[in-house]
Ligand binder design. Structure first.
Ligand code: OSB
Ligand code: MG
Length: 370
C-alpha cells in the first residue's frame, strides 16, 4: 500500500459542558483530524487525541500539528508500506510523540479495513459484539451538582461511574456519593494529584469499596505506585504512566497496578494498543478503554479497540451527545438503555465522516503529498 496524501484539519468544537480535572477546566476542544488517501483514492480517518495544553501529556494541539506535518507525515507519504500494521515501524526513528503517530496510524487502519470491506473492529481481531459503557464526570462547582450528574447518567443506563478526585475533592465527595447511591460501580481518577504522603487518605478511601483508583500518583511513576498498592486494598489502575507494552509489563511485574486503562493515542495506535492488551491479558490484568474527550472519529476508533477480548471492564467511551451538540460523524455514537454500545458493521470505522461539517469547523488545514 502507498499513502499518496495526508490532510490535516484542526477543528474547534465546544463541549456541551466544561470538563474539569486536577489540572484545570476545558470548555472547548481543538482537535486535529487526519485524512489519509492511498494511490487508488481510498481514504481513512484518524484523530489526534492530545489536549489543548501539555497537561495530561507532553503532547498538545500545536506541538502535534508541527510534529505530524513536518516529521511524521513525510515518513509515511509516498513510501511503500506493506500494511497498516507496519505504519508504526515506519515512524520508529522518532521518539515518543505517540498521539501524533497514532493519529496517522489509526487513519491507515481505517483505510485498510475499508479497502478490505470489513469493519475495523473485526480487522483488529475484536470479538466483543457489545461494549460496556461508563462515564467520566469531571470536578463540579458543588457536590450537589455532581450528585445530580451521577443520577442523570445512572438513569441513562451507564454501567460505571468514574469521578475525578483531587486534594479537597476526595473523601468528602466519595462519602456523599456512596450515601446517596449506595453500592453503584464507582471509581476515582486523580490524574496524578496525590503523593505517597497521602497513603492515609487512600486507606480511608479503601473503606468505600471503589472499583479502582486511577493514576493516584505522578504521571511518570511506577515505583511509588507499587509502594502505595502494597498498603491499600483497592486496585490501582494506571493511565498516564503506561505508554507501551513494555511499560505495562514492568508495571505488572512491580505490582504498580492491578488494572490498566488503555488509550489509543497514549500508546501510539492500534498495533501497540493490541500489544498492551495482550500483555495484560496474559498476566490476567483487566483493561478498559480510556477517553480523551474525542470527537466521533476518535470515538469510533475507541469502540473498535474496545472489542478486543481483554477489554473486560466498562470504558470511558460514551454517547456523542454527552460531549457535543452535534458530532462530526453519522450516525452519532449511541448507548443503549442498558449501557452498551454496538460496534458498527460497516467497513472501516463504520461511521460516515461528515466532511461538510468538518469544513465548517476548520480553523486550519494542510496537505502533505509526495
Ligand atoms: O484521565 O481519563 C483521563 C479526559 C481528558 C484527559 C484525561 C482524562 C479524561 C477523561 C475523560 O477522564 C474521558 C472521556 O469521557 O473522554
Ligand atoms: Mg485518567
Amino acid at each position: 500500500m502507498k499513502i499518496r496524501r495526508i490532510e490535516l484539519t484542526e477543528i474547534e468544537l465546544p463541549l456541551v459542558q466544561f470538563f474539569e480535572t486536577s489540572f484545570g477546566r476545558t470548555y472547548e476542544r481543538r482537535i486535529i483530524l487526519v485524512r489519509v488517501e492511498d494511490e487508488d483514492g481510498a481514504e481513512g480517518w484518524g484523530e489526534c487525541t492530545c489536549g489543548e495544553l501539555p497537561n495530561y501529556s507532553e503532547e498538545w494541539t500545536d506541538s502535534c500539528w508541527v510534529t505530524i506535518e513536518k516529521v511524521l507525515a513525510p515518513m509515511v507519504v509516498g513510501k511503500d508500506i506493506g500494511s497498516a500494521s507496519e505504519v508504526w515501524q515506519s515512524m520508529e526513528n522518532v521518539r515518543g510523540n505517540r498521539m501524533s503517530k497514532a493519529a496517522i496510524e489509526t487513519a491507515v487502519w481505517d483505510l485498510e479495513a475499508k479497502k478490505l470491506g470489513v469493519p475495523l473492529w473485526r480487522h483488529l481481531g475484536g470479538t466483543r459484539e457489545k461494549i460496556a459503557s461508563g462515564v467520566s464526570i469531571g470536578i463540579q462547582d458543588s457536590v450537589e451538582q455532581l450528585l445530580e450528574k451521577i443520577s442523570t447518567e445512572l438513569e441513562a443506563g451507564y454501567r460505571r461511574i468514574k469521578i475525578k478526585i483531587a486534594p479537597g475533592w476526595d473523601v468528602n465527595v466519595i462519602r456523599r456519593v456512596r450515601e446517596k447511591f449506595g453500592n453503584i460501580p464507582l471509581m476515582g481518577d486523580a490524574n496524578s494529584a496525590f503523593t505517597l504522603d497521602d497513603v492515609d487518605l487512600f486507606q480511608t478511601l479503601d473503606g468505600f469499596g471503589l472499583m479502582m483508583f486511577e493514576q493516584p500518583l505522578r504521571h511518570d511513576d511506577i515505583v511509588d505506585h507499587a509502594k502505595l498498592q502494597q498498603q491499600i486494598e483497592t486496585p490501582i489502575c494506571l493511565d498516564e504512566s503506561i505508554h507501551s507494552p513494555d511499560d505495562a509489563r514492568k508495571a505488572i511485574e512491580l505490582g504498580s497496578c492491578r488494572i490498566i486503562n488503555v488509550k489509543l493515542g497514549r500508546v501510539g495506535g492500534h498495533l501497540k494498543a493490541g500489544e498492551v492488551e495482550r500483555t495484560c491479558r496474559e498476566a490476567d490484568i483487566p483493561v478498559w478503554c480510556g477517553g480523551m474527550l474525542e470527537s466521533g472519529i476518535g470515538r469510533a476508533h475507541n469502540i473498535a479497540m474496545s472489542t478486543l477480548e481483554g477489554f473486560s471492564l466498562p470504558g470511558d467511551v460514551s454517547a456523542s451527545k454527552r460531549y457535543w451538540h452535534e458530532d462530526i460523524i453519522e450516525p452519532e455514537v449511541e448507548v443503549s438503555r442498558d449501557g452498551f454500545i454496538t460496534p458498527p458493521e460497516g467497513p472501516g470505522i463504520g461511521f460516515e465522516v461528515r466532511k461538510d461539517r468538518i469544513k465548517e469547523l476548520a480553523m486550519r488545514e494542510t496537505i502533505i503529498q509526495d
